[in-house]
Design a protein around this ligand. Structure first.
Ligand code: ACO
Length: 161
C-alpha cells in the first residue's frame, strides 16, 4: 500500500486593510523590533513587493519591501522584513517569498538596480538563506540596531541584471 500523501499547499496572498492585523501579529512574533504605524501604511501601497504566505490556508509568514530612489537615480529595493513562523521553517516558504520578490524586481518595468537588506550579524540562518539566493555581504553597519543585541548588521545585496 502506498503511503498517505502529505497535504501541503503553499500560496502567496496580498496584504490588504482587511488582513494587515495578521501581518502585525506575525511581526510581533518574528522580529525583535516593533514596527510603527507608518510601516504598515507603507506596506499597503507597495503592491507585489509585500506578500503573506499561507501553508495549508494558514498565514505563517510574510515579506515587506520598500522601493527607494538612490542618489545616482537608480531604484533599489529594500527588504524591510521577511520571516516564517518557526514550525513552518525549512519547508521552502521563505524561498517562495524571496523568489517572488526577485521575479518582480527583475521585471524591467520596475527598473530595480539592486535588492538589499540588513540582518543581525548573529543570524546565521538568514545569512545562509540569502546567500543561497545569490546575495553577498557587502559591509557591516556598526550599531545599526539600537535596542537589540548584537547591534551590528550585515548588509546583503544582490544586483538585478
Ligand atoms: N540554516 C542553514 N541554512 C538555512 C537555514 C538554517 N537555519 N534556514 C534556511 N536556510 C537556507 C537553506 O539553504 C535552505 O534550503 P534547504 O532547506 O533546502 O537546505 C534555504 O535557505 C531555503 O529555506 P526555506 O525553507 O525556504 O526558508 P524558511 O522558510 O525556513 O525561511 C528564514 C528562512 C526567513 C530566514 C527563517 O529562518 C526566518 O523566518 N527566520 C526568522 C526571521 C528572520 O530572521 N528573517 C530574516 C532577517 S530580516 C530580513 O530579512 C530583512
Amino acid at each position: 500500500m502506498s503511503p498517505t500523501p502529505v497535504y501541503q499547499r503553499i500560496a502567496l496572498g496580498d496584504i490588504t486593510i482587511n488582513n494587515i492585523g495578521q501581518l502585525r501579529k506575525l511581526n510581533s512574533v518574528l522580529f525583535p523590533i516593533e514596527y510603527k504605524a507608518s510601516f504598515y501604511e507603507e506596506v499597503l501601497h507597495v503592491g507585489e513587493f509585500a506578500k503573506l504566505v499561507y501553508y495549508n490556508d494558514v498565514c505563517v509568514g510574510s515579506v515587506c519591501c520598500r522601493k527607494e530612489v538612490a542618489q545616482d537615480d537608480q531604484t533599489n529595493l529594500y527588504i524591510m522584513t521577511l520571516g516564517v513562523l518557526k514550525p513552518y521553517r525549512r519547508l521552502g516558504l521563505g524561498d517562495q517569498l524571496l523568489e517572488h520578490i526577485l521575479k518582480e524586481a527583475s521585471d524591467k518595468e520596475n527598473k530595480i538596480n539592486k535588492v538589499y537588506l540588513h540582518v543581525q550579524t548573529n543570524n546565521d540562518a538568514a545569512v545562509a538563506f540569502y546567500k543561497k539566493h545569490g546575495f553577498e555581504i557587502t559591509r557591516t553597519d556598526k550599531d545599526y540596531y539600537k535596542e537589540v543585541e548584537p547591534r551590528d548588521a550585515y548588509v546583503l545585496e544582490k544586483l538585478i541584471v
